[in-house]
Design a protein around this ligand. Structure first.
Ligand code: ZN
Length: 340
């Protein structure tokens, strides 16, 4: 009998419009500080219900308690100055005013652990949590203290590991690190990117994953992608390295993607989270389109290693569109599984 492919979201879902302005990244909170926490947990509850009703196999928090997947994590650490930002080039593509590392970075308290404990009570299904990866954190800060991207990455890896171990203890089954920076700095991925990612997963016994992607929701990323031609082969550089790493899962975009699907065959012995939902389009994929991507993936990856996923986070979409898309994700996966 064919293995059954599970379905799961990559990370974020849109927030309710009373919590944050929709279809925006870095969207500011709309509720006052005094009721923000309660509102975020209510939003998480809705997001879990949406995923359950859609029929997904693994449930995430939809990143309802964070404004942004990188900055919300960094804001909780000491040693980083958020007031006096400096301009820096991000992913070699665009300039942004970013926080500055002023002194040794410390994690003085848990960041998402209380949220994860609540998520654990909201579903009986396996739960997934996402954290930014060390290289992507480094690439989002101006460093005035460590003097080397690699040193800073090792420090972040230690801190991420502390958080990840506590998430695991809270009952999280899958921890995924988001590393969109991995398809830009190939030399660094080889020299210390994979090693620092593995350090972040040290002593974890739960499933570990990494999400890589070409970036969505930011104009500079869209322009950059226009320069890449018809076939995107950047992953060819890093898949052999990821294949040899200790990380269990790799998540990437496949639906409407210019990444040749056969490249996933390089991810030997890894679970591949096949992106079957395009997060850059409002068109709702049909279950057949989802099943079709899974069929294509199964030509290069054994079915037992395939998971059906979204291409990336869904926060840039409207809630209605995102909900329809995760329903199709679930139905298309079911269709594929029933084909035998
Ligand atoms: Zn992504």
């Amino acid at each position: 009998m064919k293995s059954s492919v599970p379905s799961v979201i990559c990370g974020s879902l849109p927030k309710p419009q009373w919590l944050a302005e929709p279809e925006k990244i870095w969207s500011p909170w709309l509720v006052p500080e005094s009721s923000l926490r309660v509102a975020q947990i209510d939003a998480m509850r809705l997001s879990v219900e949406d995923q359950e009703r859609a029929g997904l196999s693994i449930i995430g928090d939809g990143e309802q308690t964070r404004q942004h997947f990188v900055t919300t994590f960094i804001e909780q650490l000491s040693g980083v100055d958020f007031k006096n930002k400096k301009t820096m080039r991000i992913r070699d593509r665009y300039d942004a005013a970013v926080p500055v590392v002023m002194s040794a970075i410390e994690r003085t308290h848990s960041i998402f652990v209380e949220d994860a404990k609540i998520l654990r009570t909201l579903t009986k299904k396996p739960i997934k949590y996402t954290l930014p990866g060390p290289m992507t954190l480094v690439d989002t800060l101006y460093d005035d203290h460590y003097g080397s991207r690699e040193k800073l990455a090792w420090r972040f890896a230690e801190i991420l590991n502390q958080e990840a171990l506590e998430l695991q203890a809270a009952g999280v089954n899958i921890i995924q690190f988001d590393e969109p920076a991995f398809n830009v700095f190939f030399d660094e991925v080889r020299d210390w990117g994979i090693a620092t990612l593995e350090r972040a997963t040290k002593d974890l016994t739960c499933t570990t994953g990494v999400h890589i992607c070409y970036g969505y929701g930011i104009e500079a990323n869209i322009k950059w992608k226009e320069t890449l031609g018809n076939e995107w082969r950047q992953y060819e550089n890093i898949f052999p390295l990821l294949s040899e790493s200790k990380i269990n899962q790799v998540s990437l975009e496949c639906q409407n993607s210019k990444v040749p699907i056969e490249l996933i065959g390089l991810l030997k012995n890894k679970d591949v989270l096949v992106g079957a939902i395009d997060v850059a389009s409002n068109a709702i994929e049909t279950p057949e389109q989802v099943a079709n991507i899974l069929r294509q993936a199964s030509e290069y990856v054994p079915v037992k290693h395939i998971h059906a996923c979204t291409n990336c986070g869904m926060v840039p979409l409207s809630r209605d569109v995102a909900l329809a898309k995760i329903k199709s994700l679930s139905q298309g996966t079911k269709k594929f599984n029933e084909e035998g």
